[in-house]
Structures are given as C-alpha cells and as structure tokens.
Design a protein around this ligand. Structure first.
Ligand code: PEP
Length: 264
C-alpha cells in the first residue's frame, strides 16, 4: 500500500502572491525533508509556477484540479495532460463533485479524462460520492441493513465502474480513489467513522473484484470537511489511506497539523 497520502485542494482561491506565501509556509513548517506521508497540493493553474518553485526542494507534489480529454487542438479554455506534465504537475483531481454538479461534468467525460491522463503519465485522484438526497433515499427506501448498504453504495459503484471500466490493470497503480460524500464537502459536516468505513470497505471490495491483482493496493482517501479536530477519528476508520482536504488546506498551520497527524 505504501505511505498514506494527503491532498490539498485549493479550489478557485489565492492570487499568486498568497499562493507563494502559503506554499512557502507549508514547506517551512513541514521541513523540506518531510516524507512520513505523501503530500500533494492542487493550486489553481495561474499559481502553478510560483507554487512549483516554492515546493521544488521538498517532497510535496503538484496537482491540477481538472484536465481536458484531448492532447491538443481547438478546445478554447482547456488544458491537456501533456501541458500539465510540462508545467511540473504530476497529479490531477478528476470527478470532483463541484465539477460534476456545478459545472455539469458527466461520467463519460470523467472516464475519457481519466483514460488520457493515466496513459499520458499523470496520476489521478478520482472523486466519487453520494449526494445528501441519495443517502436519505437509501435509508428510507431500504428494508434492512444489507439493502440500505447496497442502495447507498450504488451511485458510488456506478461512478467507479464508469471511470475505471476501461482501465487496464497495469494503469491502476496510478489511480487513487477519494470518497467524498457531497453533503460533507465545504459544509463542516463530516461523515462519521462508521459511515466512512462502511463505504471504504465497499470500495475496496469493488476494486479487488475489478482488479484482482492490484485492487488491494489502490489508495482510498476520505474527503469532506476534514479538519485538525476530526482527522484522528477519520484516520481510525477502516480502509482510510489518507485524506483530501479542501478549506483547511488554505491554512499552512492546519494543513501541516493534518499531514503530521496522518503521517504519525
Ligand atoms: C474538497 O474540496 O474536496 C473538500 C473535501 O472540501 P472541504 O474539505 O472544504 O470539505
């Protein structure tokens, strides 16, 4: 399984000077040699260069928050996997709920983006998760615990099967799954350890069915209002191999505390 992973998603925040201050403070507080766990940060494209320069002598890696599904051409406003690699980026976040539900990205687009990303040499953090309505419906429409679990997992299963259905087992090592219940993102309402473990176990079972040789090795992160105050409980849940942090990654002090808590 290797080391645990902490990813910071800065979303559409920070001008270059603020991004430089934040990444510089993170490196200083963490120590350039820190490698108890793997750390990835995803600034907006406009801050890539300043952040890349700040982290170049550390073990922190750079991620993008999105990518397009073609290598080059007449796709105004888009950025391709080779462009990300050229900018020093090693990772890309795909399928984030803000892209699915605010920007209208569908499973097929995510599948195409993922396929081109991994075959171009990027590592992918694939976000999946149920909405609050889907969770409520699973509870009200089920008769027992088993059918509740099946109903609850079904939208997440569909997202994973769609995104990874055409991926060869040899590429799966470059993919990380982030379970992010949509109702927990940016709301301050995080899932309980029980709720996290229940879904993470289902994801693990699905991955080992889809990829018998390597499914056990795929990291599964939790994301959704991860904070310094709840990180210990989240990491104690079964099958949690790290976290995807949004709001709290915009504070160097909080993000470094989370990293050190995950790294042990
Ligand atoms: C996210 O952006 O993926 C996220 C989980 O955000 P937050 O930590 O702010 O809920």
């Amino acid at each position: 399984m290797g080391k645990k992973l902490v990813v910071g998603n800065w979303k559409m925040n920070l001008l270059r000077e603020d991004a430089k201050q934040l990444s510089g403070a993170m490196v200083n507080m963490l120590g350039a040699c820190y490698n108890e766990c793997n750390v990835v940060i995803a600034p907006p494209y406009t801050a890539f260069e300043v952040v890349r320069t700040c982290i170049e002598d550390s073990n922190i890696e750079l991620a993008a928050q999105n990518v397009f599904s073609s290598t080059s051409g007449a796709f105004t406003g888009e950025v391709s996997p080779p462009m990300l690699l050229d900018a020093g980026c090693r990772w890309v976040i795909l399928g984030h709920s803000e892209r699915r539900y605010i920007l209208g990205e569908n499973d097929e687009q995510i599948r195409q983006k993922l396929l081109l990303s991994v075959s171009s040499g990027l590592k992918v953090i694939l976000c999946v998760g149920e909405t609050g309505k889907q969770r409520e419906d699973a509870v009200s429409d089920s008769e027992d615990a088993a059918s509740r679990k099946e109903l609850l997992f079904s939208p997440i299963k569909a997202q994973i099967e769609s995104a990874l259905g055409s991926i060869g087992e040899q590429l799966i090592a470059d993919i990380v799954i982030a379970y992010e219940p949509v109702w927990a993102i940016g709301t301050g309402e995080n899932a309980t350890s029980f709720e996290i473990a229940e879904i993470h176990r289902c994801i693990r079972e699905l991955l080992t069915r889809m990829f018998p040789a390597c499914g056990n090795e795929v990291k599964i992160l939790y994301g959704g209002s991860v904070k310094t105050v709840n990180i210990a409980g989240i990491m104690s849940a079964d099958e949690v191999n790290g976290v995807l942090v949004g709001g709290e990654s915009l504070s160097a002090g909080s993000f470094v505390k989370i990293i050190k808590s995950v790294g042990g």
